[in-house]
Design a protein around this ligand. Structure first.
Ligand code: X2X
Length: 341
C-alpha cells in the first residue's frame, strides 16, 4: 500500500516536472533579439553583452540573447526602436533616453540643456524618484524597464574651428539625434541643426555634408570621428543620456517567475558595471580618453565658468518651452533632487 502510494506520488511529480519543462520549452524562444545602437567596442555594447552573458549563464541557457547592434532590427532608425520593442519586433533592448523620447515625452527631461551638472546629479535622478516615475511611464508605454545604464556626457565637435561661445556655433551645420528638443537647443545656440540617425551621421560627417555632431567621448573615440574631420572638440557637459535595460511585455510574461527575477537582477548587475565602464577615462582623475584624443590630433577645449554660463543662458528658453511637454512636476522634482544631491 505504502509503496503504491509512493509510486503514484513519484509519477505525478515526474508528470508535473515534465509539464513545467515543456511549458517553458513551448513558450520560450530559442533566441531573444536585443537591440542597441553601438556594439561591444563601446561601453554601451559591453553593458548589453554583460547582461546577455549573465542571463545565459544564470538560466542555464534557457534564455539565450543575441545582440543586434546598429539598431538593425529597425533598419538603423533608432527613433523607431521603442515602438518596435512594444510591438515585439524587438524582444529586449539597451536603449538611450534620447532615442525613445519621441514616444515617451517625459524622457526629454534628460535632454534639457545643462540640467545635470555632474555624475552625482545624474545618479540622483535615475536612482531616485524621477527614475521610478520614468519607469512607470515606460511601463505604461507597454515595455518592461529593468535597470538604468549610461551613454554619458555629450560633448560637441566640429571640423571648422574651436568652440568657446554660442557665437562660434553660428551657421555650423550640426547633426543631431532624436527628439525635436535637440533642434530647439541648437537653434537657440545659433547653429543649423539637422536630424539624422547615427548610421547616416557618420557618412555625412565624412563627406562634409554636416560640420559637426554631439556625442559622448566613448562614442567619438569608438567611431574614430577624428578620422572624419572632427578636429575640434569642446567639453561642455550639456547633457548626459541614460540607457535603459528593457524587455518586451509579452516576452516578459512568457517567462517563469524565477527567470524574470534572474533577468531583472542580471540587468541591474550589468548596468552597474556598464556605468562604471562608461565613466572611465572621462574624469579629472582619469582623463585617459582625453589624452588619447589629443594624441590622435584632436584639439580638446575646456570652458571657463564664464564661457560655460553663456551657453547656459543661451539655452534657458529651451527648458522653459519643454517644461510643459515633460511635465512641470517632474521637472521640479528633478531640480529639487539635483539641489539636494
Ligand atoms: O545617435 C547618437 O548620437 C547616439 C549613438 O549617441 C545615440 O544613439 C543616442
Amino acid at each position: 500500500m505504502k509503496l503504491r502510494k509512493l509510486l503514484a506520488l513519484t509519477a505525478s511529480t515526474v508528470a508535473a516536472f515534465t509539464m513545467a519543462t515543456s511549458a517553458w520549452a513551448a513558450n520560450y524562444k530559442s533566441e531573444y533579439k536585443l537591440s542597441l545602437v553601438v556594439g561591444t567596442a563601446f561601453p554601451w555594447g559591453k553593458g548589453a553583452e554583460i547582461w546577455a552573458d549573465m542571463v545565459r549563464e544564470r538560466t542555464d541557457g534557457r534564455i539565450n540573447i543575441k545582440l543586434y547592434p546598429g539598431v538593425s532590427l529597425v533598419q538603423g532608425d533608432q527613433t523607431r526602436e521603442f515602438t518596435a520593442i512594444r510591438q515585439g519586433v524587438i524582444d529586449m533592448a539597451v536603449g538611450s533616453t534620447i532615442n525613445w523620447s519621441p514616444q515617451i515625452k517625459q524622457l526629454n527631461l534628460f535632454s534639457l540643456p545643462f540640467l545635470m551638472p555632474d555624475f552625482k546629479a545624474v545618479d540622483a535622478l535615475v536612482q531616485g524618484k524621477v527614475g521610478e516615475q520614468m519607469f512607470e511611464f515606460i511601463e505604461k508605454g507597454g515595455v518592461v524597464p529593468l535597470a538604468w545604464g549610461e551613454n554619458g556626457y555629450r560633448q560637441i565637435s566640429n571640423s571648422k574651428h574651436t568652440i568657446t561661445s554660442p557665437e562660434d556655433l553660428k551657421g555650423l551645420k550640426l547633426r543631431v539625434v532624436g527628439s525635436p528638443l535637440f533642434i530647439d537647443t541648437f537653434t537657440a545656440l545659433g547653429a543649423n541643426p539637422t536630424q539624422m540617425s547615427w548610421a547616416d551621421a557618420q557618412p555625412a560627417l565624412a563627406t562634409g555634408a554636416v560640420d559637426g555632431q554631439e556625442n559622448p567621448l566613448s562614442i567619438f573615440i569608438g567611431s574614430k570621428l577624428q578620422d572624419v574631420g572632427q578636429k575640434y572638440l569642446t567639453l561642455w557637459n550639456y547633457m548626459s543620456d541614460p540607457l535603459i535595460y528593457v524587455v518586451n511585455k509579452q516576452v516578459w510574461e512568457s517567462w517563469t517567475e524565477e527567470d524574470r527575477e534572474i533577468v531583472a537582477k542580471a540587468a541591474q548587475d550589468a548596468a552597474k558595471q556598464q556605468i562604471q565602464i562608461a565613466r572611465q577615462g572621462v574624469t579629472e582623475d582619469d582623463s585617459s580618453l582625453l589624452d588619447e584624443l589629443e594624441k590622435a590630433g584632436v584639439s580638446v577645449t575646456s570652458l571657463t565658468p564664464e564661457q560655460h554660463q553663456a551657453f547656459v543662458d543661451a539655452t534657458k528658453s529651451v527648458t522653459d518651452k519643454w517644461k510643459k511637454t515633460i511635465g512641470e512636476d517632474l521637472v521640479n522634482q528633478a531640480l529639487k533632487d539635483i539641489e539636494n544631491r
